[in-house]
Design a protein around this ligand. Sequence first.
Ligand code: FES
Length: 116
Amino acid sequence: MRIIVGEGSCGLAAGAGSVHTKLDELFAQDNPRGVELGITGCIGMCFLEPIVDIYEDDGTLHRMVKVQAKDAQTIYDAVMGGDLSLLDKLRISAEDELFLSKQTRVALRACVVLDP
Ligand code: FES
C-alpha cells in the first residue's frame, strides 16, 4: 500500500507539509504493513488541497481531500486496521471526481504519478 501526499505549491500552501510530517511520525513509530509514504506534485484541483491518495496493492485509488494534520491519525488507523471506510468523510465527492475524469491529459499525463 502507498500513501501519496499532494505537495504542489497549492498543496503546501493549504498545509500538506504538516499532513506529511504527521503521517511520517505515525508510520515511523509502527508500520507492520510496510506502507510506503511518498509525495507528488500538482494534481489539478487546488480547491481540494491538501489531497492524500491511498493506493491499495491492486492499484485501487482512494482519494482524500482537504486533509488536515489532525486527520493523519484517522488515515493511519484506517490503513493499519484495514478499514478504509473510516475515511469516508474525507473522500472526494463524485462531483469533484467528475472534474478530473472529464480531462484528457497529454503534457500533464504524469501529474499525480511523478514524485517531484
Ligand atoms: S497548482 Fe494547484 S493543482 Fe496545480
